[in-house]
Design a protein around this ligand. Structure first.
Ligand SMILES: *Cc1c(COP(=O)(O)O)cnc(C)c1O
Length: 223
């Protein structure tokens, strides 16, 4: 049976191939291994295989899971990829290195406050709801330029990238292209896009970060 470490190296190889075909360097793309719903014991083999960048979608789950794993691997970089509630910002700033889901002024303001309070500087991505889906977090495309400007000017935040989750029932490519266009016109360098089903496409469209869960860890029961 294929192990998580085997699947990890397969994903890495596919990212490198897609990057090369797109005329990009493989190390221009950071693989964020999404361990949500999987216990620490399922994550350890992936750490042992050398993976150091991980994603979690729930603050509470990360708070419970990662301090223990970090004891042996203090060089891990942890990304928050799920929606952030304002009462969780303090824990999120303390636990994560990157927040990919900044999407409203209240959250941006609290993140700025907590980073100053805790003396921590996180990398911040703005989530864009490219499909304008009612149930999905993120700023809609028409409001993205204004929100990026307010993050920079009013909240004093450096914006490292943009993130999107395309609608499940649509081709992802137009969403990746739209996210890349919004980033380019705002001078934003990072693009977090692509999941297990479409990370190679995302790499072709310029992804700097792909968030891959089930292709590494296997199918999830929930989440
Ligand atoms: C769960 C999740 C992923 C990973 O999804 P897979 O299809 O398992 O690769 C990526 N991004 C976000 C925001 C997620 O919640």
């Amino acid at each position: 049976m294929e192990s998580a470490a085997d699947r990890l190296s397969e994903v890495r190889r596919k990212i490198a191939d897609a990057a090369r075909e797109a005329g990009r360097a493989a190390d221009d793309v950071t693989l964020v291994a999404v361990g949500k719903t999987f216990p620490a014991d399922a994550i350890r083999p992936v750490l042992a295989a050398g993976q150091r960048v991980f994603g979690e979608n729930k603050v509470q789950e990360a708070v419970e899971k990662w301090p223990g794993l970090r004891v042996d691997h203090p060089d891990v970089t942890l990304h928050l990829i799920g929606p952030l509630q304002s009462n969780k910002v303090k824990d999120a700033v303390a636990t994560f290195d990157v927040i990919e889901t900044v999407d409203r002024d209240k959250i941006a303001r609290r993140i700025a406050h907590e980073m100053a309070e805790q003396g921590r500087t996180l990398q911040l991505f703005i989530q864009v709801n490219t499909g304008e889906e009612a149930q999905k977090a993120g700023v809609v495309p028409a409001e993205a330029d204004g929100f990026i400007a307010r993050c920079r000017e009013e909240h004093g935040l450096a914006i490292a990238g943009l993130m999107c989750i395309p609608p499940a029932d649509q081709l992802p490519a137009p969403h990746f292209a739209l996210l890349a266009k919004i980033a380019a016109r705002n001078g934003v360098a990072g693009l977090s896009m692509g999941m297990s089903a479409d990370y190679e496409t995302a790499v072709r469209f310029g992804a700097t970060h792909v968030r891959v869960g089930s292709a590494i860890f296997g199918a999830r029961d929930y989440g």
